[in-house]
Design a protein around this ligand. Sequence first.
Ligand code: F6P
Length: 364
Amino acid sequence: MRAGAGAIGVLTGGGDCPGLNAAIRAVTKTAITDYGMRVVGFRNGFEGLVEGEARMLSFNDVSGILTLGGTILGTTNRADPFRYRRRGAPAGAFEDLSGRALLNARRRGICALVCIGGDGTLAIAGRLGGKGLPCVGVPKTIDNDLPETEVSIGFHSAVTVVAEAIDRLHTTAESHHRVMVIEVMGRYAGWIALCGGVAGGGDVILLPEIPYRMDVVCDVVRRRFRRGRRFSIVVVAEGAHPKGGGMVVDRTVADSPDPVRLGGIGKAVAAGIEEGTGLEARVTVLGHLQRGGTPTPVDRLLATRLGEEAVRLAAAGRFNRMAAYRNGTVTSSPFNRVLGRIRKVPRRSPLIRAARSVGTSFGA
Ligand code: F6P
């Protein structure tokens, strides 16, 4: 990209998380400082692109937002230009407004669009690229389930929240001789439960990748009780499920590209523990606390590096790619290697092995 040539667009899509603003700041400052470009921020993900709702971002606009949670641009996990429900339109009335999205981008002189998001956002970016709007991606998801990158923006902050919550629950568990069950997010991958659970010293960690057996979980709790540890910490991923059983769905969200919202497995596990051991079990669902607050320094650094890389990719004309972090360095991968699959916890993960070595059970 020539210095001063056109504008670069930026948007955040999908669920919010800490580190989005740090990424917006990195994209904006890199584009202005190194390429002399104008930067246009689209509001509320692809909704802003379809509706033509955007604002210019100056150097000062993104000054001071490094540590801010959420996203100054707003976001949504519902707006897909290819299957769009206009405001006020009846439920289920979808239209393909991708042409309008492209027109709005052209009107603002956008020569590249940086999409900060997870699988849903990047899938849309890939399709827009196919229609002629050059896009690059920045990986964001607390679930950490995007392929081709070892870590995504938001994950480290979510794990920190989980570990701190477990620390706090430990005191009540120990004082009251209770079993504390903590349900955490992560959708179909167990990264948050695994990393947060190990960091918090969970006694049992249940992951979607390892279907559990209730008798094994109860056995762990009973054995701990017998050796004088009259409490247990059980960390449950929202996508965990018993062997031969299904995941627990809390609700379905109409209009969302992924309408299933998981939730409720913690309650089922606590009930199973009470029934199987006779001990009192209490449930804490951490929910959206895991996506709130200031980003950890690790997320700030990651967002800064990935945001910068995204602009460099765009400047080099390397579109349809996602900035990524692998082997201690920033790199990138084409969308077609990222999309259509999720990165799950490998059953042979070294962290699972280490956890087992220190006595953690995975309920199987
Ligand atoms: O993908 C991020 C995530 O927080 C998941 O961990 C969780 O299952 C889902 O989003 C919750 O979505 P919502 O914010 O729509 O309730």
